[in-house]
Design a protein around this ligand. Structure first.
Ligand code: PMP
Length: 307
């Protein structure tokens, strides 16, 4: 997938050229995974280019940094402003925004307190995450042999770089075995999430999704879908879900900033429902994408126009 990158990157309060956004190999983050980040989308909307749930992403970034005792010099509103500035500076419409905060160059040991906290915001144009046609046709996935980390190991609620070593194991195993994505179970064997997506199941017309205690990232798309479901009158249950429910559910889908709402048509080569996008998934997709056309009324703070 070719990425059209922005020309400028925001770094600790200043714009620098994309090619100058470099770090030393002895930076703490390279060795010890000490970063937290966000993934945010700008959509072309009826209001012009607009960022989806910008402040919620920035609040999650701040919370992730807090869990890792990283001190930030910007609050959520300031991060929102400079993100918009970065999109504008790069003359982007629809694009992806990647704020990243990490421990930089200083001490070489594990103790991170001697390393400065560096903050960057990069932007680029990104296509469909799980492949062309995924939103319409659904994807074939597997249950991973890799579990999500137990609650007392790494904080799943933080979007930290280190967590994505686990995601990479899940993703690589899935790809090598011919699947698009893998679903991880949590420590006790209940469903957790995909390598970069939350998961939902429809069973007897009820919408099920694992709770925050199932080692998931508190997805912003997940929260959006829950709100849309409630608006539409669906019962939503955030409950621990046994793995085998994946095979017997009427519909299963992923949610995420990159994946949006992607139907799952098979799990471990067992067909889910009719083996194609289900009616509730499609209805939720229509409402979700309706946020960007104005057909579905966005909630307060969901769309921040770039202009
Ligand atoms: N879980 C994981 C592990 C992720 O990486 C992501 C993507 N950020 C999600 C869930 C979905 O979160 P969001 O809807 O906020 O993008």
């Amino acid at each position: 997938m070719a990425n059209k990158t922005g020309e400028y990157v925001w770094h600790n309060g200043k714009f620098i050229h994309w090619n100058d956004a470099k770090i030393h190999i002895m930076s703490h983050v390279i060795h010890y995974g000490s970063s937290v980040f966000e993934g945010i989308r700008v959509y072309d909307t009826h209001l012009g280019p607009a960022v989806f749930r910008l402040k919620d992403h920035m609040k999650r970034l701040i919370n992730s940094a807090k869990m890792y005792r990283m001190e930030l010099n910007w609050n959520a509103d300031e991060f929102c402003k400079v993100s918009i500035d970065t999109v504008r500076k790069n003359k982007f419409g629809a694009c992806y925004i990647r704020p990243v905060v990490f421990r930089g160059y200083g001490g070489f040991g594990v103790n991170p307190f001697n390393n400065p906290v560096e903050t960057y915001i990069a932007t680029w144009e990104w296509g469909k995450y799980l492949g062309e046609g995924a939103l319409e046709n659904g994807v074939d996935v597997c249950v991973s042999s890799w579990k999500r980390f137990a609650p007392d190991t790494l904080p799943a609620l933080a979007k930290s770089g280190a967590n994505y070593m686990n995601s990479q194991l899940i993703k690589m195993e899935a790809i090598i075995n011919g699947y698009v994505e893998g679903i991880a179970l949590e420590n006790h064997g209940f469903i957790s999430e995909g390598s970069g997506e939350n998961i939902f199941l429809i069973r007897r017309g009820v919408v099920l999704t694992p709770p925050l205690s199932s080692s998931i990232l508190p997805g912003i798309t997940r929260n959006t879908v829950i709100q849309i479901c409630k608006d539409l009158g669906y019962e939503v249950r955030e409950v621990m879900i046994p793995r085998e429910t994946l095979y017997t559910a009427e519909e299963v889908f992923f949610t995420g900033t990159a994946a949006e709402i992607t139907p799952i048509r098979s799990v471990d080569k067992i067909q889910v429902g009719a083996g194609k996008r289900g009616p509730i998934t499609e209805e939720l997709q229509n409402k979700f994408f309706g946020i960007f056309t104005g057909e579905y009324k966005a909630k307060e703070g969901w769309l921040t126009p770039v202009e």
